[in-house]
Design a protein around this ligand. Structure first.
Ligand code: SF4
Length: 240
């Protein structure tokens, strides 16, 4: 009979190994297990799965870095893959890198990035706890809008990121992200009002204004706060 750590219990449960508990003479719960080799086998498989998923993520980053699938590859300084926790419960998706993002290779830097940080802070989150990326991984020249052929060419990268992260909730920042994710061309105010799921999944997609739009139109901040409250509530309910 051996005591079972939470980590080992989780690994075994993930592997589908049945565990059952007894109480020892002191009344402390202990766990009887099939045998020690089940732990080792389960831990090895779990480590292999984690390592495989880290390799996939690394390959995806490499593929983005070398991508030349659309004309933006000619004008970019560097690609902007995204940043944060690749096991995040919340995935934030914006439109495309701007000039500063293109220079630094990071999403949402500068004034819009600071505002995004404040928005996350307002719901008790920070950048290390979420993952942030864009529909396009390269900057459109002069910050023009993404073009349909560019969104199409870049689509598989975003899809792979979503499949790998498996977020509980997605926050779409602005209309380009919302249109790409929800396969619609509805206006932002309409998508904000709806309960949306990522097509083909049960992942809720909350739509809000892009931080750059909030900087230009501060009156939208009150509505944006409501959207953030929706995100917080969805995250909490997904854990209960
Ligand atoms: Fe490739 Fe996307 Fe960059 Fe176009 S925007 S070159 S598809 S990574």
């Amino acid at each position: 009979m051996s005591l079972l750590t939470d980590q080992r219990r989780q690994i075994l449960e993930e592997m589908g190994v049945d565990v059952w508990s007894l109480r020892d003479k002191t009344g402390v719960a202990s766990i009887s297990l099939p045998d020690e080799s089940s732990f080792e086998e389960a831990e090895t498989k779990s480590q292999e799965a984690n390592s495989e998923s880290e390799n996939d993520w690394f390959s995806l980053q490499k593929s983005v870095q070398s991508c030349q699938a659309c004309k933006l590859s000619k004008s970019r300084t560097q690609t902007v893959f995204g940043s944060g926790n690749n096991n995040a419960e919340l995935l934030l998706i914006g439109e495309a890198p701007g000039a500063e993002e293109d220079r630094q290779g990071l999403p949402f830097v500068g004034k819009a990035g600071k505002l995004l940080d404040a928005m996350l802070y307002a719901i008790d989150l920070n950048r290390e706890q979420v993952f942030i990326c864009n529909v396009l991984k390269c900057r459109p020249p002069n910050n023009r809008n993404p073009q349909p052929d560019e969104v199409e060419a870049c689509a598989s990268f975003l899809t792979s990121q979503i499949e790998s992260i498996k977020p509980r909730v997605i926050l779409a920042l602005g209309r380009f992200a919302a249109h790409r994710l929800l396969e619609t061309d509805a206006p932002v105010y309409k998508m904000r009002e709806n309960s949306n799921n990522l097509p083909g999944t049960e992942i809720p997609v909350v739509v809000t204004y892009h931080p750059a739009s909030l900087l230009r139109n501060p009156e939208q901040k009150a509505e944006s706060w409501l959207d953030l409250c929706k995100v917080k509530s969805l995250l909490e309910s997904s854990l209960s």
